[in-house]
Design a protein around this ligand. Structure first.
Ligand code: GLC
Length: 737
């Protein structure tokens, strides 16, 4: 055992005092009064040792980042996961800098630290915030025992364009669901106290509206009205901050012509003055430098000036602060008070995190004892089962009988590359493959595999072999889709097809006339019209992480009953994009959504998506009936109570996500055709009925009116309740202020 390993093994983890916010602020103020100006702006820099871009520091005699740490010029570290490296960096800061201020360690723990959970867009389809909170707690436990202080999660950018590769880490297209999911992640990560040994700090992102990059092209421009920003996009970030998120990350894009990283409207007017937020802001990776490419800054000195004036506290990787802030203060172009404000936020955070009480609080020996446990795998499997969306199931093709002879065909059948983008420290090797899962469930003799083709090339040389394997089976289970590297950051696609020659393989196998079940993997909605019209069942499996194989096998065998609902619409074709359920009606609405001359429509595809937000099937059958409203009119703060009967008319126990939408009949501005306002996830035994109760009040009816005031208006509404955004059980009521 090396000396470092011995030191780590001897680290103690005593109960830490739980300083309240006021105490942390007081301790931070006291410490800051001892700091030099350099040490203050040193707290505003996040170093990425893997990309120590610190060349050109005028007064820096060496480019060794350990020197920077010893000078107190590094506040935090990005993307280091090796526990020994974390220990050494922290020990340098604590024992070799003048004031021994500890570093914090940030990492992207998005949908798994070591245990792989489904991608976030998949877990959003669970419509189960409590599940998200439990998953985030496990991610926090594994990360907090791997030296990590903060995760750059949740991502709560609202999305509508599946061409954008980062829809995979979002919560989908609806602002209400996005809020529920975002706050659940924050609660699960941070729990009751940041100084707990099992919690990590949450940094929500990307502020703001990064999900609306034009044409779905990564890092592209964003342009929208303030009304659109406030109505659809800000609620997700605010929900995270209201849930206590310790930090918020600025986005790469511009808002209203100004890069978010130096956008005073976002970082001061909204974040501080309107929302009263006291946590710290952090830039995205080199988003400060990128202001040079946006051409809003002529040089790095201007970048530093514009950013600190706009309210950026912590600079990720870019080094304009530690290069130029001293000069800007000396030149009276920046007031030292701004540095103090930002530095105080950083120090207060570190006190809250317990780092001053125990700088090594997240450092443990034998890290692997804390992850991929039976419990974490069990939760990963539960989350995966709740994320798989049953899109089609004709003639009850699914579930399969135990004796079914399965031909598993497709490039996703035996691969373990099932983690998904932004997989943290999750290894592909931790993933149970589809083949392994089906064999575990149906037995080796009943599962024959043929790859059929690769994911993304035009080699069809394996088609024949797959055809032969399929010929001798009862059913064909296709395992097809994107590779996990085709979505995530910098992975926009102009097409939404299943890539390569996989579709051709499916068509060839169709000629056998056997039942076909398509299991589709992707980090985004894909074009599935041919499958909707030509196969018997479709499961959308996203990327499910460590428990992929066994969760799919449980669904395919009927051990588990699908309950997921789409958090993002699936277009017929990329030509429809963006297509989403809460669209505006337009002045020429098409009654059918199909072509009719001089109405808002296409001549070649319908207006609506192939599968809409909120859609998902079950092996059970659910019916909604007897919708009753407590009143036909509510006023002021009165609540409307809506009751509906939900019945499982099948002989299979199941779970339904009941969704309540409103439609506003008239308002001072245009409103969407429908707006999700409540969800309830209900278990129902075979043939069981339950009465569901929903409450709706003024705040649910409010919208940014013609004067940009968030308020309801005296008008009529329709309530819709059902198992999808096209729910048709409805009733009317009116509101008077
Ligand atoms: C990336 C991402 C951001 C991530 C950060 C640190 O570029 O945009 O989401 O948290 O860098 O890895």
């Amino acid at each position: 055992m090396s000396n470092i390993e011995k030191e780590i093994a001897e680290l103690a983890h005593p109960e830490l005092p739980n300083h309240n916010d006021e105490e942390c602020l007081a301790l931070a103020e006291k410490l800051m009064s001892q700091m030099t100006l350099k040490e203050k702006f040193g707290q505003l820099f996040q170093l990425a040792p893997s990309n120590a871009n610190i060349e050109g520091l005028q007064w820096q005699e060496t480019n060794d980042f350990n020197d920077l740490i010893k000078q107190g010029l590094v506040g935090s570290i990005l993307s280091v996961a090796d526990i020994k490296e974390i220990y050494q960096l922290q020990k340098t800061a604590v024992t070799q800098s003048r004031l021994g201020i500890p570093l914090f360690f940030g990492y992207d723990i998005i949908h798994g630290c070591h245990t792989g959970f489904p991608i976030n867009l998949a877990m959003a389809c669970s419509f189960e915030p409590k599940l998200i909170e439990r998953v985030a707690q496990v991610m926090a436990f594994e990360a907090s025992h791997n030296g990590i202080t903060m995760t750059f999660s949740p991502m709560v950018d609202l999305v509508r364009d599946p061409r954008w590769g980062r829809v995979m880490e979002s919560n989908g297209e609806d602002p209400y669901l996005n809020k529920l999911m975002g706050q659940a992640y924050v609660k699960g990560f941070q729990q009751d106290s940041l100084s707990s040994y099992n919690s990590i700090a949450s940094c929500c992102k990307h502020f703001a509206a990064y999900g609306m990059v034009e044409a779905g092209r990564e890092y592209n421009t964003v342009d929208m009205s303030e009304r659109e920003l406030r109505q659809y996009h800000l609620p997700g970030y605010k929900a995270c901050l209201d849930a206590g998120a310790s930090s918020i990350m600025t986005s790469f894009n511009i808002y209203n012509g100004v890069p978010a990283t130096a956008n005073k409207f976002l970082l001061r007017d909204i974040l501080r003055n309107e929302w009263g937020y006291s946590g710290f802001t952090i830039s995205d990776y080199t988003s400060s430098y990128e202001m040079l490419d946006h051409k809003t800054s002529a040089n790095e000195r201007e970048v530093a000036k514009q950013s600190i004036l706009a309210g950026l506290d912590h600079e990720m990787v870019s080094t304009t602060y530690i290069k130029y802030l001293e000069e800007l203060i000396t030149a009276n172009e920046v007031n030292e008070a701004l540095i103090n404000e930002a530095c105080l936020r950083m120090l207060t955070f570190k006190y809250k995190s317990g780092l001053f009480d125990n700088p090594y609080k997240n450092i443990y020996a034998n890290v692997d004892q804390y992850y991929l446990t039976n419990n974490s795998r069990q939760l990963a499997k539960e989350a995966a089962i709740k994320s798989i969306v049953l899109l089609k199931n004709d003639n009850q093709t699914l579930p399969l009988k135990p004796t079914t002879k399965i031909a598993l065909v497709g490039p996703l059948g035996k691969t373990n590359e099932l983690v998904g983008a932004w997989g943290g420290l999750v290894k592909n090797e931790s993933c149970v493959t589809v083949y392994e899962g089906l064999v575990n469930q149906f037995g080796q003799a009943n599962v024959q595999f043929a790859e059929g083709c690769n994911i993304n090339d035009n080699d069809s040389s394996l088609f024949e072999q797959a055809y032969e394997v399929a010929k001798n089976s009862d059913v064909i289970v296709l395992a097809i889709g994107e590779s996990q590297t085709m979505s995530g950051e910098a992975k926009s696609r102009a097409y939404l097809n299943i890539p390569g020659v996989q579709n051709e393989l499916a068509r060839k196998l169709k000629s056998l006339g056997k039942p076909i079940i398509a299991i589709v993997f992707a980090g985004r909605p894909l074009e599935l019209e041919w499958y909707q019209n030509n196969v018997d069942a479709i499961l959308f499996a996203w990327f499910l992480g460590s428990e992929t194989g066994d969760s799919i096998a449980d669904i395919v065998s009927g051990k588990a009953n699908p309950s997921a609902k789409l958090a993002m619409s699936f277009p017929y074709t990329v030509g429809q994009v963006p297509v989403y359920y809460n669209q505006y009606k337009t002045g020429r609405p098409s009654a059918t959504g199909k072509y009719s001359e001089f109405r808002s429509c296409y001549i070649d595809v319908p207006n609506y998506p192939l599968y809409s937000f909120g859609y998902g099937l079950s092996y059970s059958k659910f019916e909604y009936s007897n919708l009753q409203l407590s009143k036909k009119q509510i006023s002021g703060k009165e609540k409307l109570v809506a009751k509906v009967t939900l019945t499982n008319t099948s002989s299979i126990d199941g779970v339904e996500v009941a969704q309540l939408y409103i439609e506003c009949k008239s308002f001072s501005v245009v409103r969407p055709v429908r707006e999700l306002k409540a969800i309830q996830k209900i278990s129902l035994k075979a043939h069981e009925s339950k009465e569901l109760t929903f409450e709706i009040g003024a705040n649910d009816l409010a919208y940014y009116n013609i004067d940009m005031e968030f308020t309801p208006e005296d008008t009529d509404y329709i309530i819709y309740i059902g198992g999808c955004s096209n729910a048709n059980i409805s009733d009317n009521f009116s509101y008077n202020s």
